[in-house]
Write a protein that binds this ligand. Structure first.
Ligand code: DGY
Length: 329
C-alpha cells in the first residue's frame, strides 16, 4: 500500500474497544482511530469526532444529540452504530446534516433473548440473593423453606414488543418452560404465526401487564416508549409478577420501579439496562428482589464480533458508494 493510497482512506473514529477481528478488519480499510484504553467518550469527544472524521463507529450508548449535529459544518458522513437500538442518535438531526445512520439488526437476537431468560430465572428463583448469602458464608445448609422463589414452568409470559428478540424470547419460554405467551405489539401479527410459539396478541400494554406472571420488555427506546412502564402501569401488574428489561433503561421509570419493588407492588425484577448507564441507583442495588446485569445482553465474543463486522461492512459499502444494508435513514 502506498502512502498516497493510505492518505485517501476515509478517517474513522471508533469510540470503544472492539473484538480484535473487527479492529483488524477496520484497520485494513480505514484510517482508523481506536480506543485502546476503552474509556467512554465524553459528549465533547463525541462532538469533536463528528468534525474530525469521515465516519464514526459509536456504541448504542454514545449519545449523539441534535445540538451536536444541527447547524454544524461536520466532516462526518456516516454513523455506523454498534447496536440494533439507535435511540442514542438523533436520526432526524443526522439526516438534516447529511449523515447516514446504520445499525446492526438480527445478529444479537439469540444472545439478548438468552439473557432475558437468564434474568427471568434469576428473578423468579431468587438466585442473586441466594448466591449473595452463600458467598458471604452465611448459608446454614439445606432448608425446605430457605429463600423460596416462584415456579416458572407453566406461568404466563407477557412480551411488550414482538420483534426479533421478542419472538426469540417467546420461543424459548414457550418450548422450554411450557409458558403460554401474551404480547403487545404496535402492528398486528398474523395469529397463526403467533400460535407457532404459543402466543396471543392482546390489544394493549395494560392487558399484557394485567395477565402476565412475567413481563419481558423488547420494544425500542426513545420517543413515546420513554417511561412506558410507569407507576400507574406497574400497579396493574400482579403482586406476584416479575419485570424483565433487556431493551432500554429509559423504557422503565426507574424511580417508580424502585418504589414498586420496595412496597411489594410487584414481586421482582431482572434488569440488564438502566436509565443513566453506567450509573445504577443505590436503592436498586440494595433491593433483595432485583437481579442486575451490566448491559451484557449481546455480550458474547461471537455476537459482539458479528455486530462489529456488520457495522464495518456498513461503512465499507457506504464508502464504495453503495447504500449500506442496514441504513435507517
Ligand atoms: C443493542 O444492540 O441495542 C444493544 O443493547 C447493545 O449491545
Amino acid at each position: 500500500m502506498t502512502s498516497e493510497t493510505k492518505a485517501a482512506r476515509p478517517r474513522l473514529i471508533v469510540t470503544r474497544k472492539l473484538p480484535k477481528q473487527v479492529e483488524d478488519y477496520l484497520a485494513g480499510r480505514f484510517d482508523a482511530v481506536f480506543n485502546e484504553k476503552d474509556e467512554a467518550f465524553t459528549p465533547k469527544q463525541l462532538k469533536d469526532a463528528l468534525s474530525d472524521a469521515d465516519a464514526l463507529l459509536p456504541t448504542a450508548v454514545d449519545g449523539l444529540s441534535k445540538d451536536m449535529m444541527e447547524g454544524q459544518d461536520l466532516r462526518c458522513k456516516i454513523i455506523a452504530n454498534f447496536g440494533v437500538g439507535y435511540n442514542n442518535i438523533d436520526v432526524d438531526a443526522a439526516s438534516g446534516a447529511g449523515i447516514a445512520v446504520t445499525n446492526t439488526p438480527g445478529v444479537l437476537t439469540d444472545c439478548t433473548a438468552d439473557i432475558a431468560v437468564a434474568l427471568l430465572l434469576m428473578s423468579a428463583r431468587r438466585t442473586t440473593q441466594s448466591e449473595k448469602i452463600l458467598r458471604a458464608a452465611q448459608w446454614e445448609g439445606f432448608s425446605p423453606t430457605f429463600n423460596l422463589g416462584a415456579k416458572v414452568t407453566g406461568k404466563t409470559l407477557g412480551i411488550i414488543g414482538m420483534g426479533r428478540i421478542g419472538k426469540a424470547m417467546a420461543k424459548r419460554c414457550h418450548f422450554g418452560f411450557d409458558m403460554p405467551v401474551v404480547f403487545y405489539n404496535r402492528s398486528k401479527m398474523d395469529p397463526d404465526e403467533a400460535k407457532k410459539f404459543g402466543a396471543t396478541q392482546l390489544d394493549s400494554v395494560e392487558d399484557v401487564l394485567k395477565t402476565a406472571d412475567f413481563v419481558s420488555l423488547h420494544c425500542p427506546g426513545g420517543g413515546s416508549n420513554r417511561h412506558l412502564i410507569n407507576a400507574q402501569r406497574l400497579s396493574m401488574m400482579k403482586p406476584s409478577a416479575h419485570l424483565i428489561n433487556t431493551a432500554r433503561g429509559e423504557v422503565v421509570d426507574e424511580t417508580a420501579l424502585i418504589a414498586a419493588l420496595q412496597t411489594g407492588t410487584i414481586a421482582g425484577a431482572g434488569l440488564d439496562v438502566f436509565e443513566e448507564e453506567p450509573s445504577v441507583p443505590k436503592a436498586l442495588t440494595q433491593l433483595e428482589t432485583v437481579s442486575l446485569l451490566p448491559h451484557i445482553g449481546s455480550g458474547t465474543l461471537e455476537t459482539r464480533t458479528e455486530m462489529g463486522m456488520m457495522a464495518a461492512n456498513n461503512l465499507v459499502a457506504f464508502f464504495e458508494g453503495k447504500k449500506p444494508d442496514n441504513q435507517v435513514n
